[in-house]
Write a protein that binds this ligand. Structure first.
Ligand code: AVJ
Length: 322
């Protein structure tokens, strides 16, 4: 068997100093907040994998079931000769199903976590020796300046953004994000996007407040990471995890709640917390099918097709650059 060509690796991650600057700026806001991309250090990736296996956390297994049922239809909707660009390559099982159906000449993986990139590209490139692999380590919450890509056999570009990670953006940010990708995808470009649906708030609540406390540990791991990597002195016992659904905003919000009045030091900066004051750590926006189609239209895409599970928990949308 011919061995696959090695994955071409590009590291576009900004200097570690940027995390310090962003965290300091976020904690200086009147309503303290930290971007959710910082969840994913090695321990955070492990905890997120554990979340994906929780009985309460329906999105991962539901999206996988949708891919099992509809990957061939998705491949047909995207069209032949795709350079498939996946952002946020988490669980490579969904990707494997899409690659089997699509047989793309080129696969480009974009993620902030080197561990995730290496694990998924290594596993996938062994399985798909006909596909070229490019890994790009980058913060995809900003438009990613893609390196020049091999063009052999490529008829169009297609973005794959599974996992409802787009829910981390507010609707305005999601629209701007999709607009930013439009010129990268170009004429004839397409996108396949996993989106968590609006549903019974009790189901949402349980998914982000699991009985085993894995989500709480995932949330608190942010503080452990800042202690380790930024020399902060967060007392992890003095903060608790909170997650709730806001029906008005259509989103789950995660926060870390200060259990008492306290001060936290990072380098020469001191941050005061009141008892009950929170750090907002994540939004997870939920969209009805028509809501997401309207958002895509506002960003200059035509919503071509959408697949859901029988319980209508989760949706995968296929968009085309309009
Ligand atoms: C990876 C952003 C899709 O919003 O459900 C899971 C992250 N946070 N449990 C989500 C997450 C808490 C997840 N996304």
């Amino acid at each position: 068997m011919p061995s696959p060509a090695p994955t071409v690796f590009h590291d576009l991650l900004p200097a570690p100093a940027d995390m310090r600057a962003e965290v300091l700026a976020g904690l200086a806001l009147p309503r303290k907040s930290i971007p959710p991309k910082y969840f994913y250090d090695a321990r955070g990736c492990e905890l997120f994998d554990a979340i994906c296996r929780l009985p309460e956390y329906y999105p991962t297994r539901t999206e996988l079931a949708i891919m099992r049922a509809h990957a061939p239809a998705m491949a047909a909707a995207l069209g032949p000769g795709c350079a498939l660009i996946e952002i946020g390559c988490g669980n490579s099982e969904k990707t494997r199903l899409l690659l089997e159906a699509l047989e793309p000449p080129l696969f480009v993986a974009v993620d902030i976590a080197r561990e995730q990139l290496e694990a998924s590209c290594t596993a996938l490139s062994e399985r798909f020796p006909q596909t070229g692999f490019v890994a790009v380590r980058a913060d995809f919450s900003q438009p990613v300046p893609l390196p020049a890509l091999p063009a052999a056999g490529v008829a169009r570009r297609a973005l794959y953004f599974p996992g409802s990670t787009i829910g981390n953006f507010t609707p305005d940010e999601a629209r701007a994000f999709l607009e930013g990708w439009r010129p990268v995808l170009g004429a004839g470009g397409a996108a396949l996007i996993g989106v968590d649906l609006k549903k019974d708030p009790a189901v949402l609540d349980a998914a982000y407040n699991d009985a085993q406390g894995v989500t709480a540990e995932f949330n608190l791991n942010l503080l452990a990471r800042f202690n380790r990597e930024l020399g902060a002195n967060f007392d992890l016992a003095a903060f608790r995890h909170a997650a709730f659904y806001s029906a008005g905003l259509g989103r789950i919000e995660m926060h870390l709640v200060s259990l008492r009045a306290q001060q936290v030091t990072i380098g020469d900066r001191v941050f005061a917390f009141r008892e009950g004051e929170t750090i907002h750590t994540e939004n997870s926006c939920k969209y009805a099918v028509e809501e997401f189609a309207a958002l895509a239209a506002a960003a200059g895409y035509e919503a071509l097709e959408c697949w859901t599970d029988p319980e209508r928990l989760f949706a995968v949308h296929c968009l085309r650059v309009a």
